[in-house]
Structures are given as structure tokens and as C-alpha cells.
Design a binder for this molecule. Structure first.
Ligand code: GLA
Length: 347
């Protein structure tokens, strides 16, 4: 059971596999490099299969290009200011790999490690990763397990991790969605609704200021279904800083409970995506930094705003922000979060 094909060998000699899951309604492909979601095919309004996530055809492109397309990122997704934090009276220093800050786990984060396949069926893949004490500067030996599972028209990603010492931990998937098809260009006509009343504004290096601000009356407001591009170029400082949306929203409701987070849709394909999560936040990122003409799957060309990411997460820089939800993983208290993407079509 379960379909696996070789996807190439890393410069270190590690073989990378491509796994396929298919339940007859939706299908996806997952790389053991970064536990990466390489493709996700869902039916459009005409019943044709459309691949709604950006990706590459070769291992070399995954290794050489930045952007974390479809990868599971960790040990700490998003940014930690200046790559520094203090924990239990000790100061820790992490790699600075994004301007002055630490981003997505550092130089060789979970997105760039080769994961083990612990279990594979036609509809479920369990991938594991051993993250040693001191890896990328983080304390504690962490064992990570990520499960991709198809059911009906849903893809569920379940993140689990245990540690032997206190450590910041924040796991997400960095899929770039284009609900008109990964190769269909600009997504600014696609519509988004976020179940969020507030967000965490940032400084010019994308580090949260520490405040939680209401979205009301600003172009950050996605409480009602709104085209992504409608206000993206508004003269609003937060949008000008990141050249578009690149912000953490506070998901309404209780952390730990699987609850609605977002709805997105394309009127071109008719594809609707519902996102539910147990995480406290979600990063809306409109692919602002994807280079123009970046070659994608099948030889197509990607560019800025050709996708949007909904990275369910703990808030960026939580290790330095005492007012944010606690993103510390402790011995005996596993990390256990779930995000579910459900697809349907417009009537
Ligand atoms: C996240 C960050 C962005 C960017 C992308 C990867 O979404 O918030 O600023 O770094 O990852 O390119």
C-alpha cells in the first residue's frame, strides 16, 4: 500500500522519496525532503483535477531556491528577533538568516532535512524527524512526527513533537496556494475570509511590535470575504513594509480546539478551500518575495503574488514576547496541533 518513487539524492548522499496519497476524491504528493507538500489535486467546478499548490519538479530546485514551498518549517516557524532568546536563565543564539533575524528554523531547518517515512498507506503518510539537542542553536532533543491524511475532500496535517528539555517550538506547513491552479498566475482576484478580529503589527524587519491591533477600519480586515488584491497596495504602513500581506492574525476561539480559521476561493476555477486549525495564529503571506519568472512545476513561471500562504502557527517571535501565547515545548507536554484543509466548489 502507498506509492513511493525516488526524487533524487542530496549532495550529502541522502535519497529523497516522493510519496503519493490518493483517496479517489483528492490526491497529494509529499517529499521526504522537508515533509514537503509538492502537489495537491482537487476537483474544480467542472470536475477536472487542479493542482492548487506551487512546487518544483526537481530536488535541486527545492534545495537551491528559498521560499519554503510546501515545506514543514521548524523548529520555530517564522521569525525570532535577532536570533536570540533567553530561557530558564540562559541566553541562546540562533542563525540570523533573514535580514537581522532568524527565520523558519535557521540555515538547515526542518524544511531542509530528509524525514523518515514511519507509515504509508494510500491515504495517510506519517513522517518523522529527529532534531538533536543544539541543532541550529536550539536547546533540547526534539522528536517530530507529521501526519498527512486524506479523508473525503479534506487534507489534514497533524503535528506532534516531544522534547527532553524546554525549547521554543512552532510547526507549520508553508504551502503556497493558488486556487485557480498553481500555474495560473496572479491570485489577487481570489477571495479570502479570515476568522480574525486582530493581528500583530510588525516593524520594518517583520518582527511583531508586541501589540495586538484590531483589523477593523484597516486594509488588514478580512472578516468578510474580500479579494486579496482589493486593498493590498493601499497606503497603509503595515502593507508597505512587507510589499503586501505578511502578517500574523489572531484566530478567533480557543487554541487547542479545531475551529474555522479561513475560507478562500477562486471564481475562475470555482474551487473553495476551508481552513480549520487548533493553532493560535495564522500568517497570511501573499508570496511577495517570489521572484518574477521563477520556474515552477511543468516549466511554468511563478512570480510575486502568484499564491497566498496561510501558515497556521504560534505568533512570530513569541520567545521574546511575554504577552503572546506561550510557544514553549516542555518535557512531558507534547506539541499537538492540527490543521485541516477542506475543498469544495461554488454552486
Ligand atoms: C513567511 C514569512 C515571509 C517569507 C516567507 C518565505 O511567510 O513571513 O516573510 O519569509 O515565509 O519566503
Amino acid at each position: 500500500m502507498g506509492n513511493t518513487i525516488p526524487f533524487g539524492t542530496t549532495p550529502q548522499g541522502r535519497q529523497v522519496e516522493l510519496l503519493t496519497l490518493d483517496n479517489g476524491q483528492i490526491s497529494c504528493r509529499i517529499l521526504t525532503l522537508g515533509a514537503t507538500l509538492q502537489a495537491l489535486e482537487v476537483p474544480d467546478g467542472q470536475g477536472r483535477k487542479v493542482d492548487v499548490v506551487l512546487g518544483y519538479d526537481t530536488l535541486t530546485e527545492y534545495l537551491e531556491n528559498d521560499g519554503y514551498l510546501g515545506a514543514v518549517v521548524g523548529r520555530y516557524a517564522n521569525r525570532i528577533a535577532a536570533g536570540r532568546f533567553s530561557l530558564n536563565g540562559r541566553d541562546y543564539t540562533l542563525a540570523v538568516n533573514n535580514g537581522p533575524n532568524h527565520l523558519h528554523g535557521g540555515l538547515v531547518g526542518y524544511s531542509h532535512r530528509v524525514w523518515q517515512v514511519a507509515e504509508l498507506t494510500d491515504t495517510q503518510a506519517v513522517l518523522t524527524l529527529d532534531s538533536p539537542d543544539g541543532e541550529e542553536g536550539y536547546p533540547g532533543h526534539v522528536q517530530v512526527q507529521v501526519t498527512y491524511a486524506l479523508s473525503g475532500t479534506s487534507l489534514t496535517i497533524h503535528y506532534q513533537a516531544v522534547t527532553d528539555a524546554d525549547t521554543p517550538c512552532n510547526l507549520t506547513n508553508h504551502a503556497y496556494f493558488n486556487l485557480s491552479g498553481h500555474d495560473s498566475g496572479n491570485t489577487m482576484d481570489q477571495e479570502l475570509q479570515l476568522r480574525a478580529e486582530s493581528y500583530t503589527p510588525t516593524d520594518e524587519t517583520s518582527i511583531p511590535l508586541g501589540t495586538v491591533e484590531p483589523v477593523e477600519g484597516t486594509p488588514m480586515d478580512f472578516r468578510a470575504l474580500t479579494p486579496l488584491g482589493e486593498r493590498i497596495d493601499a497606503p497603509f504602513l503595515q502593507l508597505q513594509l512587507g510589499n503586501g500581506y505578511d502578517h500574523n492574525y489572531v484566530v478567533q476561539g480557543d487554541t487547542g480546539t479545531l475551529r474555522p480559521c479561513a475560507t478562500a476561493l477562486s471564481r475562475r476555477s470555482g474551487i473553495v478551500m476551508e481552513v480549520e486549525t487548533t493553532s493560535p495564529g495564522v500568517q497570511l503571506y501573499t508570496a511577495n518575495f517570489v521572484p518574477q519568472g521563477r520556474k515552477g512545476k511543468g516549466g511554468c513561471a511563478y512570480g510575486p503574488r502568484h499564491a497566498f500562504c496561510l501558515e497556521t502557527q504560534f505568533f512570530p517571535d513569541s520567545p521574546n514576547q511575554p504577552a503572546f501565547p506561550d510557544a514553549l515545548l516542555r518535557p512531558g507536554k507534547p506539541f499537538d496541533h492540527t490543521t485541516r484543509f477542506t475543498f469544495s466548489t461554488l454552486q
